[in-house]
Design a protein around this ligand. Structure first.
Ligand SMILES: *Cc1c(COP(=O)(O)O)cnc(C)c1O
Length: 360
């Protein structure tokens, strides 16, 4: 029996996608071998590769002057690829610090140039997204970097900052393809696939032509974004199986009705869970400010650590796993990425009602 998987990443995948992959696993399209065993230069693989890129372009309405790259190394590798490509010792970049992932990005950027923290919510243990009025952007910054959804702390930007014309870049690892947004607000978007788009091993980078032209000279070949733009992410062997899975997941999104439909479903899932918390806010205490709440990662504390442990253990017995909060926040975290079904959220909210009836 499949469980309801609330893990923050790698995360749940659509069952129909897993079944399709299972069917193709040993013998892809009657070729007598699996996609993993095929050349990345074969026409069969080429079709999968290009369809994955096409799907992402379609889902996010990506304009012609942007490139979609399929890379390796995870979002964490992009933390240093970005400054390696764009930052120099005597130049600076602005970073908004909204949690552990932002901090890791800042640490890497400091190796290459000067970093200004344009705003931070660390003083309240990252319980909120700083307001526009708090953000102090430097006019000379090469770029501004934000983390659109804070997977660990459960906060999310509901509108993106106005940087007064400075290039904006975003780590969208935990909310890409979950809601509609305007790609042209950004010059570079990146995300590991393992939360909303597929298994781990593939990193999606969306970069504008304008930004690609600004890459520094003497950047090593594999780090240089232009290498992958010029070779359509086939400079070296790409993570072919992960890209095949990414293609299936994005096919699933397209068939479901695209980004509008996904966003609707994600809104209902998040509303259902937050409503259940807000019915008993003293017992299921949200860890974030209401206006910064994430629709992807819902975080809460119970009245005691003992109750939290009991909650996680009994949920597990009922087929709901992955609800333990990150150690820096504690408590409960329910990750509700695209492939997580509404039925699973309904099951959790009725479990919460039973739990409070017994222990409240
Ligand atoms: C998971 C996550 C990362 C790290 O991704 P890797 O692919 O494991 O390197 C970075 N940023 C955010 C916002 C994340 O959720």
């Amino acid at each position: 029996m499949r469980v309801y998987n609330f893990n923050p990443g790698p995360a749940t995948l659509p069952l129909s996608v897993l079944e399709k992959a299972q069917k193709d696993f040993v013998d892809f399209k009657g070729k007598g071998l699996s996609i993993m065993e095929m050349s990345h230069r074969s026409p069969e693989y080429d079709e999968v590769h290009n369809q994955a890129i096409k799907n992402i372009k379609q889902i996010l309405s990506i304009p012609e002057n942007y490139h979609v790259l399929l890379l390796q190394g995870g979002a964490s590798t992009q933390f240093y690829h970005i400054p390696y490509n764009f930052l120099t010792r005597d130049s600076e970049a602005d970073y908004v610090n909204t949690g552990s992932w932002s901090k890791k990005a800042i640490k890497e950027a400091k190796i290459f140039g000067k970093v200004n923290v344009a705003a931070s919510s660390e003083d309240t243990n990252f319980s909120r997204i700083p307001k526009q009025s708090e953000m102090k952007f430097s006019p000379n910054a090469k770029y501004v970097h934000i983390t659109s959804n804070n997977t660990i702390f459960g906060t999310q930007y509901h509108s993106f900052p106005d940087t007064k014309g400075v290039t904006l870049m975003v780590d969208m690892s935990s909310d890409i393809i979950s809601r509609k947004f305007d790609v042209t607000e950004f010059q570079l978007i990146y995300a590991g696939a393992q939360k909303n788009m597929g298994p781990s091993g593939v990193t999606v980078v969306i970069i504008s032509d304008e930004m690609a032209k600004k890459v520094k000279p003497d950047v090593p070949t594999m780090v240089n974004y232009n290498t992958h733009i010029e070779k359509n992410s086939l400079f070296n062997t790409p993570p072919t199986f992960g890209i095949y899975m990414l293609k299936l997941v994005t096919d699933w999104v397209v068939e479901l009705g695209g980004i509008e439909k996904i966003e609707d479903i994600n809104n209902s899932k998040a509303k259902t869970l937050y409503d259940a918390m807000d019915k008993n806010p003293e017992f299921f205490k949200g860890t974030t400010e209401i206006e910064s709440r994430s629709k992807m990662n819902v975080t809460m504390r119970l009245p005691s650590e003992e109750l939290e442990k009991m909650f996680i253990d009994s949920a597990k017995n009922e087929g709901m796993i992955g609800l333990k909060g990150h150690r820096s926040v504690g408590g409960i975290r329910a990750s509700l990425y695209n492939a997580f079904p509404l039925e699973g959220v309904n099951k959790l909210t009725s479990f919460m009602a039973d739990f409070i009836a017994k222990n409240g």
